[in-house]
Write a protein that binds this ligand. Structure first.
Ligand code: GLV
Length: 310
């Protein structure tokens, strides 16, 4: 019997991925939500958010492939145990994320935000520069995206520290791990980049107690999830000039409400969750490869460990 796959997402992406699947795996039956002709036949689903009542509507569902790198939006606790959940490991996301992080590390490093302010008062003032090797970039989260960013920043000559839940060894990265080494890591970080997944352990991790461990003058880039950062604590540390700048791409409420103080703060740059966008071509290829693995009973790439939440 043919395997049915259901895609829930926009038409242009549907058209691209349907064509890629038709080409690579012609025996598969592709369906585009909400026009589902045979619900009981659906075995695989590709989605960012899950349709309501999917557990009842698709009783033969075996695997959910997230369209994004994160899976917190799927509310894992409600996904039945027999359904496997897979993260999107798209080289296009990794490239976009590395570019965004490198762009803003360089903006911080080269004083772009100070020069934008100086422009508004026609002030000609040359700021002191620091060698790249003297700027310590601390990457929280050393998965696929953290490693790609570390590599890009290392190639730009920065000094790279990395922190992960479990110990890792990576070329060009001074690795720290576990809560017991978090303080050591933070106290040696001039630009903190958070790329952590959202889990019970990472929720609210970046608050006064952790952010104040960063050296005076440090900056923060959050591209993980908004819930990891207590923004009121961040704002206080910026106001006290303990921290210099924050570039925030993710928020606990998105879109960020107009009234949120982050919009107004002169040393905060808000971007609307655009650091890394799933790229149709590269992500489509990753999906085709993974579905092929499923069909040939090989382990799936990016399979989520329910106990860890990512
Ligand atoms: C976006 O945040 C993603 O998870 O890909």
């Amino acid at each position: 019997m043919a395997i049915h796959i259901l895609f829930r997402g926009p038409q242009d992406r549907n058209d691209c991925w349907r064509a890629m699947f038709a080409d690579a795996l012609p025996n598969l039956v592709w369906q585009h939500w909400p026009k589902v002709t045979d619900k009981a036949a659906i075995e695989l689903m590709i989605a960012w958010k899950l349709p309501r009542d999917y557990q009842q509507d698709y009783p033969n569902l075996k695997v959910i492939f997230s369209v994004g790198a994160g899976v917190d939006q799927l509310d894992l606790a409600t996904v039945p145990e027999h359904i496997q959940v897979v993260r999107m490991l798209d080289p296009g996301i990794a490239k976009g994320m590395s570019e965004f992080i490198a762009l803003h590390v360089l903006n911080i490093h080269r004083g772009t935000f100070q020069y934008i302010k100086a422009n508004s008062t026609a002030t000609w003032e040359q700021l002191p520069t620091l060698a790249n090797s003297q700027r310590r970039i601390g990457i929280l989260g050393l998965g696929n995206l953290g490693q790609a960013a570390a590599n890009t920043l290392h190639n730009l000559g920065f000094s790279i520290n990395g922190w992960s839940r479990i110990a890792k060894q990576l070329d060009g990265v001074r690795c720290f791990s576990g809560m017991e080494q978090l303080e050591d890591f933070l106290s040696q970080t001039d630009v903190l980049v958070s790329l952590l997944p959202l889990t019970k352990q990472t929720q609210g991790l970046l608050d006064t107690s952790t952010l104040s461990l960063l050296p005076k003058g440090a900056s923060v880039i959050n591209v993980g999830r908004g819930e990891q950062l207590v923004s009121e604590d961040l704002l206080t540390l910026l106001d006290e000039e303990h921290l210099s700048f924050a570039i925030l791409d993710v928020f606990d409420t998105e879109p960020l409400p107009d009234s949120n103080r982050l919009w107004q703060h002169p040393n905060v740059l808000v971007t609307p969750h655009i650091a890394a966008i799933t790229q149709n071509e590269t992500a489509g290829k990753a999906l085709v490869d993974n579905v092929h693995r499923y069909l040939t009973h090989q382990p799936l790439i990016g399979l989520v460990d329910r106990s860890l939440g990512y």
